[in-house]
Design a protein around this ligand. Structure first.
Ligand code: PBG
Length: 342
């Protein structure tokens, strides 16, 4: 017996010590993995961006965004009904404006009966429970594709803000719940907030595109809204330089102080560091926009059989939650909502 004990002791001493912590223990079953999971994606996190066009009962596929189409208002209303049924809290409208309505003064932008405002009214009448978010920027209406008024090749800040304020009030009048200024002009949040209060739209929320970068990832979106080919130059004099991060925090601070209720970082996946910094610094409702180019990359790879679409979609969106975001604008919203329900 003594010999046996001695043999065992020797054996114990010759193998490596036990690891103090085995991280594999919490991974060993689905139940344990679910139990310790810190972040999850829910249908409540989704804002679904949709493209609206003129006409009836028709849609035009956007080739650079497989699965996405510009829809006529009647179809957008049906889509909104379906989104609401699936539990998606908000839908975000982007109009495809025919060239005949585009000019240098962009006055179609604040026409109470423009495409976007008609779509808002139609959705709010049919599906009052879904929140309608609208885009406040002049690019769909601008003959030179910029988000602000252009004169002699310069994007004019203060004139643009005046136009954006009129546009914002028209959208709020139409019933928009959340305004999304995506233009990056200085001072527009304060000016808009003030005008909304004055006319009595005290409940209309502003989700400011506060840290919006001059990004190559917007390419497919510009196809979708018909801005490709129109844009003269680039948007680098108002959108952020991708090399900067401190400025993102200053912009968020500025927009919050001017009355933004929520803030956005855009694009999403390449700027997760900014999402995290913004959330940590301000603790404000923080959103990310998984933009058209991010969507297109995943779709293209999936169509080639190079990536598993559903798994990549979920992983890419969960990353935003981990980075501190409260919600995500994503073209995958309906696919996610359906998959979550299944
Ligand atoms: C323009 C606007 C853009 C997007 C949303 N609003 C493009 C741009 O700034 O040129 C991009 C969204 C996407 O790529 O999905 N106001």
């Amino acid at each position: 017996k003594r010999n046996k004990n001695r043999a065992r002791k020797t054996a114990v001493m010759t193998i490596a010590p036990y690891p103090a912590t085995r991280f594999r223990r919490t991974k060993s079953s689905d139940a344990r993995r679910r139990l310790v999971r810190q972040n999850t994606l829910s249908v409540d996190d989704l804002i679904w961006p949709v493209f609206v066009r003129e006409g009836e009962n028709a849609e035009t596929p956007v080739p650079s965004m497989p699965g996405v189409a510009r829809q006529t208002i009647d179809r957008v209303v049906k889509s909104a009904e379906e989104a609401a049924r699936l539990g998606i809290p908000a839908i975000c409208l982007f109009p495809f404006i025919e060239t005949e309505f585009k000019n240098e003064t962009c006055d179609e932008a604040w026409n109470p009966d423009n495409l976007s405002n008609r779509a808002t009214r139609a959705i709010k009448a049919a599906v009052p429970d879904i929140a309608v978010m609208t885009d406040v920027a002049l690019d769909p209406y601008n003959i030179n594709g910029h988000d602000g008024i252009v004169r002699d090749g310069i994007i004019l800040n203060d004139e643009s803000v005046e136009a954006l304020v009129k546009m914002a009030v028209a959208q709020a009048d139409a019933g928009a719940d959340i305004l999304g200024p995506s233009d990056m002009m200085d001072g527009r949040i304060g000016a808009m907030r003030n005008a909304l209060e004055v006319v009595g739209h005290t409940d209309t929320a502003i989700l400011s595109y506060a840290a919006k970068y001059a990004s190559a990832f917007y390419g497919p979106f510009r196809d979708a809204v018909g801005a490709t080919g129109l844009l003269v130059g680039d948007k680098k004099t108002y959108q952020m330089d991708p090399g900067n991060s401190d400025e993102a925090l200053r912009l968020v601070e500025r927009d919050l102080s001017e009355g933004a209720d929520m803030v956005m970082v855009k694009p999403g996946m390449p700027y997760l560091d900014i999402c995290r910094q913004v959330k940590d610094a301000f603790g404000a409702p923080t959103f990310a926009y998984q933009v058209s180019g991010e969507y297109a990359m995943i779709k293209a790879a999936a169509q080639n059989g190079w990536l598993d679409e559903e798994r990549t979609m979920f992983e890419s969106l969960l990353a935003f939650k981990r980075a501190g975001c409260d919600g995500i604008l994503t073209y995958f919203a309906m696919d996610v909502a359906r998959a979550l329900k299944a």
